[in-house]
Design a protein. Structure first.
Length: 509
């Protein structure tokens, strides 16, 4: 089994497990769009693990550099053995959510998986119901929604996320302000996917050369991007032309998209990326599994149809793409097509919202009261009695006015998450006691550790050197687990067996 170094990470939010593969035969699109979601998940403080059977070294290194763990599946991808290995790994990892992306990870494969609650299953689907088996979420990232994603075939319990709002664009490729489109092309980007098994980039280059569009001194230069799964001895490397540069598995694509004023690519993940950048684009169909994306983009009139790999591209199609006023109209349409925020929306739908903290206020009184009186919260409290409203108001007024209390509300893209309160221990100016309450609808979602860590970070930025103490019922395993993941340690010196003391010392943070 291969080992990969990864960037040191202290993230302690819920775990997203991703099962996807990439190879010369499969291509890299499945993994790359999953990586976009992994980035958004980690940006919110979550953890991520990729489970794979095949993965090019360069792509594995990129995933590891993003701080994700990698776990290699030994069995053939999509087989019963794969499902068994994956199930065993998931049992150990205990993810909050499993994301599946790959045509070989179909409904039959998913039926063979053995998963336990509370793991939610999300499936990225391009073909419809045959891609999945009773998942919690189906994701169909395309500019148009196919009829099968508007029906109830996925089941009543399945949420369907379909359309351009859920197209996945990696963090480093997001752009708020696309560049200006000019009447004539001068810098052409050619990319036929992560593996290009049919040598379609080479065929396009030859067509442009033979058609007189690319020749030394005529003003049009080209860059050919070869993906990480393209072989080192591929035929493209034999092409030598003064107006064409070749790049193999570049570490960053944004500089190439920024350079280009026109692109030719296959209807793939790359197509969505260049369209997001507002680059006038010609599409060449290179595989049958791209037809859904190809037809959807063609219906938008925002791309130039260059046919499929088996046909010769007409000169008029190249002319339309590279020269004329249509390019400017195309660029204007592209700016409205893909906003690049799909990964954030999917994180929200999977129950992992973005979090931020603010001071508690008087207007939070009712929410705080309802959260505190939730049966699960009362059961975890040392005093399980229900709190009367008038008592709560007096308590809140006292805490909001106290200089010994830091009272925070956790808000998110989905609403209020809960509260975290720190109270300075009267016996020690360097010790603060933490208490956390989550809104009932956000309990059991793995948000406790990250909420604790964010709040502790804020407290220590204002009061360095504090030891943070949590008092927990010994039978409250969920809270113990959350505080442990947030870096707290059990204190064995506490003589009271009815109360567990956990500490986070300054030297630990």
């Amino acid at each position: 089994m291969r080992k990969f170094a990864r960037r040191n990470s202290k993230l302690n939010g819920p775990l997203l497990a991703i099962r996807a593969d990439a190879s010369h035969r499969i291509g890299t699109g499945h993994v790359m769009r999953c990586l976009a979601l992994a980035q958004a998940w980690r940006d919110r403080g979550g953890r991520c693990a990729f489970l794979f059977h095949s993965l090019p070294e360069a792509l594995a290194a990129k995933i590891a550099s993003e701080g994700c763990d990698l776990h290699e599946i030994q069995s053939v991808g999509g087989s019963q053995g794969d499902a068994k290995e994956t199930s065993a790994l998931l049992k150990d990892l205990q993810p909050r959510c499993l994301l599946l992306d790959g045509y070989h990870l179909d409904a039959t494969y998913q039926q063979n998986l053995q998963l336990s609650e509370p793991c939610r299953v999300a499936c990225i689907s391009d073909y419809g119901p045959g891609d999945y088996y009773e998942p919690d979420v189906v994701i169909h990232p395309n500019v148009h929604t196919s009829p099968e994603y508007n029906s109830n075939e996925a089941g009543e319990r399945t949420m369907i996320l379909a359309g351009s709002a859920y197209i996945l664009i990696r963090r480093e490729l997001r752009r708020d302000n696309p560049g200006e489109t000019h009447r004539n092309a001068s810098r052409l980007l050619i990319s036929m996917g992560g593996s290009d098994p049919g040598e379609d980039a080479l065929a396009v280059a030859h067509s442009l050369i033979s058609g007189g569009f690319i020749e030394e001194g005529n003003g049009l230069v080209a860059r050919v991007i070869l993906g990480p799964a393209y072989p080192e001895d591929g035929a493209m490397f034999k092409l030598c032309h003064p107006a064409i540069e070749i790049f193999h598995a570049p570490s960053a694509m944004d500089e190439h998209y920024d350079w280009a004023d026109t692109a030719i690519c296959s209807p793939s993940t790359t197509a969505f990326e260049v369209l997001h950048w507002g680059i006038p684009t010609g599409l060449v169909l290179t595989a049958e599994n791209q037809r859904g994306v190809f037809n959807a983009l063609r219906r938008t009139n925002a791309i130039t149809d260059l046919g499929d790999q088996s046909s010769t591209v007409p000169t008029s199609s190249f002319e339309k793409l590279l020269r004329g006023e249509d390019r400017i109209l195309q660029g204007q349409q592209l700016r409205r097509l893909i906003d690049g925020r799909g990964a954030e929306r999917i994180c929200d739908k999977l129950g992992f919202p973005s979090l931020h903290l603010r001071p508690a206020r008087e207007e939070d009184a009712r929410d705080l009261w309802l959260w505190a009186n939730d049966p699960r919260t009362r059961a975890a409290s040392f005093n399980p009695a229900e709190i009367p409203w008038d008592h709560h108001l007096l308590w809140l007024e006292e805490n909001l006015s106290s200089t010994a209390v830091l009272f925070l509300i956790m808000e998110s893209s989905l609403g209020k998450i809960g509260s975290v309160r720190f109270k300075n221990d009267l016996g020690s100016s360097l010790e603060s006691v933490i208490s956390i309450v989550l809104a009932p609808e956000f309990q059991g979602m793995g948000l406790g550790p990250i909420s604790i860590s964010r709040a502790v970070e804020l407290l220590l930025s204002q009061h360095p050197g504090q030891t943070i103490v949590a008092w927990i019922k010994p039978e409250n395993t969920a809270s113990i687990r959350s505080f442990t993941r947030a870096g707290f340690e059990k204190c064995n010196s506490n003589p009271d067996s009815s109360r567990l003391r956990m500490e986070l010392s300054p030297n630990i943070t």
